[in-house]
Design a protein around this ligand. Structure first.
Ligand code: CP3
Length: 350
């Protein structure tokens, strides 16, 4: 299948944007920049809009999800919006009882522990994705020539929440299940791959010009465990958008040892966290792979001269790769002064 004729990559609105060009391996005149978690608690206009609305209710309200997505684009002049949602939204739409507890993260009423629990999981009905398609379509209309990035959680990171029942430090229960009961593990990751893949596809068909697969917690795995028990399912998740010819970014935290394996699932661009410099990541991956990253979020609170020197160093090291999209090494911390982000955008574009 191909994209609809009124999609921004097809009608030309975003096909020559710096972000899309850099994701395809070009070096546009302007260094593109956006920030993971650019929408959210660092913005007073976000905190105001969210008063009285639960996180997942905001995600499923097209008017709200669209407005929240646009806030950081207007304020900072970043080169992309990232659709305001959450990795657990498709789980909720498939009927999983999950809520996002402020300050903690996703929490399930009934963690998935057995083969019977996995067998009881329902597929995601296409109609359930209507609020996502509508939110994306509204956002893309407003964004004009600025591309929208769609995203989803990768099967392992979703399983880390499903099996643990909430946030966990080392994801031990999930890593135990992987070895103790491989058949149940495979069934769970297969379900997660299809649910998250459908979420990704809905965003692209409604107008997203690129996608990012977040496998935030995969850094806790060895290369052998990743390749045997996780990579095939991440590949299955992105297979849902492979025919649509949009750039696929793949990101995780603490993944220096996994970069090659994570690229090999079929990613076009690798997101790099702040534990490994971009020039070293480029040696590990080969210089032909476009990179995204990796400003240390801890330095956002440092004096500007310290942060500026660091950002310049990240940009310099990014030249080792074929192309580079500037970003953080992980999400914007909630207490970040948003003016600092605006200043980084100005520096990148100067
Ligand atoms: O980047 C963006 O601006 C887009 C929005 C986005 C959110 N979640 C909004 C959100 C994205 C891309 C995500 C992905 C996500 N969600 C990931 C992968 C990225 C990463 O950070 O590694 C993960 C692991 C989750 C699960 C999750 N959801 C966590 C850990 C939390 C934080 C809990 C907390 O309160 O600290 C959430 C909630 C969440 N998702 C918030 C936002 C803006 C905070 C909700 C609020 O405003 O109260």
């Amino acid at each position: 299948m191909t994209l609809p004729t009124d999609h921004p990559l097809i009608d030309g609105r975003t096909s020559h944007s710096p972000l899309v060009r850099a994701y395809r391996g070009d070096r546009p005149d302007r260094l593109p920049v956006w920030f993971m978690r650019q929408a959210g608690r660092s913005l007073p206009e976000y905190r105001e809009l969210r008063v009285g609305t639960a996180m997942l209710d905001a995600c499923l309200n097209p008017e709200l999800s669209s407005e929240i997505t646009l806030q950081p684009v207007r304020r900072h002049g970043v080169d992309a919006g990232i659709f305001f949602s959450d990795i657990v939204v498709p789980l909720k739409l498939a009927g999983v009882d999950v809520a996002i507890v402020p300050g903690r993260g996703p929490v399930l009423s009934a963690p998935i522990a057995s083969a019977a629990d996995v067998a009881a999981l329902r597929p995601l009905e296409p109609d359930a994705l209507a609020p996502i398609s509508e939110g994306v379509a509204r956002t893309v209309t407003e964004l004009g020539s600025t591309p929208l990035i769609g995203f989803a959680g990768a099967p392992f990171t979703l399983a880390a929440y499903l099996v643990e029942g909430g946030p966990s430090k080392d994801h031990l229960a999930a890593r135990t299940l992987m070895h103790a009961d491989p058949a149940t593990w495979n069934a769970l990751l297969g379900w997660a791959a299809d649910v998250t893949g459908a979420f990704l596809r809905a965003q692209v068909l409604a107008g997203a010009s690129a996608v990012q697969l977040f496998d935030s917690w995969v850094g806790s795995l060895s290369v052998a465990d990743y390749e045997a028990h996780v990579a095939p399912f991440s590949a299955r998740a992105i297979a849902h958008v492979k025919d649509l010819d949009v750039a696929i970014v793949h990101f995780g935290v603490g993944t220096a040892h996994l970069l090659g394996s994570m690229h090999a699932i079929g990613a076009d661009v690798m997101g790099v966290d702040d534990r490994i410099p971009l020039d070293e990541a480029s040696v590990l991956l080969g210089t032909d792979v476009p990179l995204q990253g990796n400003i240390n979020p801890a330095l956002l609170a440092a004096p500007w001269p310290v942060l500026e020197a660091h950002v310049r160093d990240v940009i310099e090291r990014g030249r080792a790769a074929r192309s580079h999209v500037l970003n953080l090494g992980h999400g914007v911390p909630p207490d970040t002064d948003p003016d600092v982000l605006t200043r980084i955008v100005a520096l990148a574009h100067a």
